[in-house]
Write a protein that binds this ligand. Sequence first.
Ligand SMILES: CC(C)(COP(=O)(O)OP(=O)(O)OC[C@H]1O[C@@H](n2cnc3c(N)ncnc32)[C@H](O)[C@@H]1OP(=O)(O)O)[C@@H](O)C(=O)NCCC(=O)NCCS
Length: 300
Amino acid sequence: MKIRLFAKGDLLPILKLFNKNSDHDRLTNDLLSEKLFDDPDFDPHITLVTEINGKMIGFIQGVLRCIRGENIGYIKLMVVDKKYRRQGIARSMYKIIENHFKEHGASKVKIYDVPFNYFMPGIDPLYTPALCFAWRMGFERIGDTSNLLVELQNQDWSTWAEEAKLEKENITIKRITESDRDELFTFIAEHFELWKTEVEMSFSSNPIAVHIARLNGKLKAFSGHNGNNIGMGWFGPMGTHPDLRGKGIGGVLLKRCLQDMKNWKLKYSIIPWVGPIDFYSHYANALVDRVFWRFEKKLR
Ligand SMILES: CC(C)(COP(=O)(O)OP(=O)(O)OC[C@H]1O[C@@H](n2cnc3c(N)ncnc32)[C@H](O)[C@@H]1OP(=O)(O)O)[C@@H](O)C(=O)NCCC(=O)NCCS
């Protein structure tokens, strides 16, 4: 049995391993590539595979990020072939990654809830062995979060009436264009720093999957979709300047994104890692779909 670093050519075997051994999720080639290569901190030194006689039987992707000045390690994806479980394979790969995190000054490790680019925002407790593994590796459960589901095709997402009302208060809403880009990223840097990467990804959709609101010409709110798990109908992020909350701007911005996804013929949108359930329930009849447990291990 051999543990080695990720190498070119591993993508397909990892995809097969993942899809055969993860009972509740499927990756595609594009999604796996996004999780690996579109991650701003992708690092082959902490992306490990285990092989036995040349056959891939285990995979763990670690990511180290600096979040608001703090180095945090993340386990972003992990899977071991069912036939080879309980033989210490995940533990051995995890230990190598944890040591790397320690050597690089990480204060803690989290599992799956990786800001910017992630697959799921924690461990779905349906993966009970993964919960046991986390506890055994010294993690503590620090809370939970959920993904909401919105049915898209049988709901009306029109916003003209709300937009007409907002216009009377000099608030205008539109889809973003390239010429608004700098202003948007200045606004995000000031108020919602951690969402930059996802919004940048949304710019690669056609049309750009971002809507904005302006008050007296000044950008004050935005919403985006298709910025993570591309093609799966993921909504977010969205943010309204604190001074303008409570006016219904968020509701309009949300519905504009849902209308985009309806136009793309998607059946559902996923509103991940929530957050204000009541807001999404009110505007979009969103229902709690999957629940994820969040884990953390302090390294110092
Ligand atoms: C979670 C997973 C990666 C663990 O892989 P593994 O190679 O079997 O794990 P290890 O053998 O290294 O387990 C290390 C320790 O974790 C705990 N553990 C792992 N699986 C367990 C299980 N099914 N029940 C109880 N404890 C378990 C044990 O304490 C184990 O040590 P021990 O066997 O000496 O008691 C594997 O079960 C898996 O691929 N699950 C599906 C994918 C998945 O859940 N990914 C995470 C989704 S969020």
